[in-house]
Ligand binder design. Structure first.
Ligand code: PEP
Ligand code: MN
Length: 339
């Protein structure tokens, strides 16, 4: 961190600030005296320093961070890729993991049929929402706890570990017991109480990018989970809001190489919620694999026209099979192994 002092600040006031910074935060401060003004260079862990608080010091002209405000998720301090184990399935570090299943669990027949189909096509994790974050309170809100039990039945029938969304801290215990990968949805990416509770869980977390959040804000949310004790976080790019209305969201493919440079956490792509249209899912999935994603999350439904949620963007099992057939050689070309 660099602190530029106002021109003409008296040396004793500069020294008082240096002493305070060193004492309060345990950093080392070097002073460079330029023409008319002095610059302080802070070395050490500056993550706890509040820039805004420091900026209101009347002797301070400007404060700039040179180091990112996240530490645990930062690749600088953890150069090798993190590999997250989801019920025996490895995510990250050379694997390409496909998560597939319906938007929401609707019935025993539906989830078991889809689970069998996606497994046969090559998916290694089963998704399905039991608690659904819906824009309208009149829309289907998910089956709730019985939906979780149906996911467990589908897991028993296929061996696929399960991924489902946690919306409230009050269900942490239930999810801890039943779910293999706990999803935090886009709408809750900055629900800090939820993030802190997820950080106390032992199950890995799939953290989706918020509807309009920057890479840094997203990584800071991962940092919340990690700082609370859970370092098994997988990031999921699912498109962001832009001026374009043709698609549901705009898939931000730049996020993959950018996050790869900023963080050691695995990153997967959800082309279904990005596109909002089934026919765009395959090309976006191919593009995600080509920019180096660690996997995909794809919505698959056995009867999309009658789906209770997101049928318009769901692939039929046949279309999903085709996607898997086409993406497999690309995954190989990218030097990854389908897990
Ligand atoms: C989902 O995956 O079911 C979902 C609701 O996605 P998002 O949070 O990305 O909108
Ligand atoms: Mn959905």
């Amino acid at each position: 961190m660099v602190v530029i002092m106002k021109p003409g600040t008296k040396p004793e006031r500069i020294h008082a600030l240096v002493e305070k910074l060193e004492q309060d935060y345990g950093v080392k401060v070097g002073i460079t005296n330029g023409v008319g003004c002095s610059i302080l260079g802070l070395v050490g862990d500056t993550t706890e320093i509040d820039i805004n608080k420091l900026s209101i010091n009347e002797d301070v002209e400007r404060v700039m961070r040179v180091q990112e405000p996240y530490k645990k998720a930062n690749r600088k301090f953890h150069p090798e890729d993190t590999v997250v184990d989801v019920g025996g399935v490895k995510v990250g570090g050379g694997s390409f993991t496909v998560i597939a299943g319906p938007c929401s669990v609707e019935s025993e027949e539906q989830i078991i049929e889809v689970a069998r189909d996606v497994k046969e096509a090559g998916a290694s994790l089963l998704r399905g929402g039991a608690f659904k974050p819906r824009t309208s309170p009149y829309s289907f809100q998910g089956m709730g706890t019985p939906g979780l039990d149906l996911l467990l039945e589908a897991k028993e029938a296929t061996g696929l570990p399960i991924v489902t969304e946690l919306m409230s801290p009050k269900f942490c215990e239930l999810f801890e017991e039943k779910v293999d990968l706990v999803q935090i949805g886009a709408r809750n990416m900055q629900n800090f109480d939820l993030l802190k509770e997820a950080g106390k869980m032992t199950k890995p977390i799939l953290l989706k990018r918020g509807l309009a959040n920057s890479y840094e804000e997203w990584i800071m949310s991962a940092e919340y989970i990690m700082a609370a004790g859970n370092e098994n976080v997988i990031l999921c790019e699912r498109g962001v809001r832009t001026f374009e209305t043709y698609t549901r969201n705009t898939l931000d493919l730049s996020a993959i190489p950018a996050i790869r440079r900023m963080s050691h956490l695995p990153i997967v792509v959800d082309p279904s919620h990005a596109a909002g249209m089934y026919w765009m899912v395959e090309p976006l999935a191919m593009a995600a694999a080509a920019v180096g994603a660690d996997g995909l999350m794809v919505e698959v439904h056995n009867d999309p026209p009658h789906a209770k949620c997101d049928g318009q963007q769901s692939l039929t099992p046949e279309k999903f099979q085709r996607l898997m057939d086409r993406i497999t050689p690309l995954v190989d070309l990218m030097g990854k192994k389908l897990s």
